[in-house]
Design a protein around this ligand. Structure first.
Ligand code: MG
Length: 163
């Protein structure tokens, strides 16, 4: 079977008056991420990894933050569009591994909900989805200034005989 691997990365600043949405899940916190869309840094890293693995362009080119159509759009919509483009190339997600860099809030209580959401969005078993978060030990941007995310994906070529 034909597999491909790629890495995605994203970072958004934390600010008051915004919802915090990570992997499509709203997380209760006094701040949220700033951005043109809902600023879901987890899904943005995932989308970039999927596009890269599929030999497509990148999130900034496909969904530019200068386009009013993407203002405050849920990133789940951008992921749905990405999966359509990937399928047109003959690929579907096979495995996803997400690492947040985030001092606050504590994200581990939300891993199950985020995995469930990604499982639905990607049509993948939960066993193929990894999520974890690391702090920056209170230094640098992780000091409540931003949340960053790395995402590694594996995609697999669809078997034309079975589709
Ligand atoms: Mg982004």
């Amino acid at each position: 079977m034909d597999f491909r691997v790629a890495l995605g990365f994203d970072l958004h600043k934390l600010a008051s008056g915004r919802k915090l949405i990570l992997c499509g899940v709203e997380i209760p916190y006094e701040k949220g991420l700033l951005g043109h869309s809902d600023a879901d840094v987890g899904l943005h890293a995932l989308i970039d990894a999927l596009l890269s693995a599929g030999g497509l362009s990148d999130i900034g080119t496909l969904f530019p933050d200068t386009d009013p159509a993407f203002k405050d759009i849920p990133s789940t919509k951008l992921l749905e569009k990405t999966l359509i483009l990937l399928k047109e190339k003959g690929f579907v997600p096979s495995q996803v591994d997400i690492t947040f860099i985030c001092d606050k809030p504590k994200l581990s209580p939300y891993y199950p909900e985020m995995k469930e959401k990604l499982s639905q969005l990607l049509n993948l078993p939960i066993s193929e989805i990894g999520i974890k978060a690391k702090t920056t030990e209170g230094i640098g941007f992780g000091k409540e200034e931003a949340i960053a995310c790395f995402c590694v994906v594996v995609i697999k070529k669809l078997d034309k005989n079975r589709v």
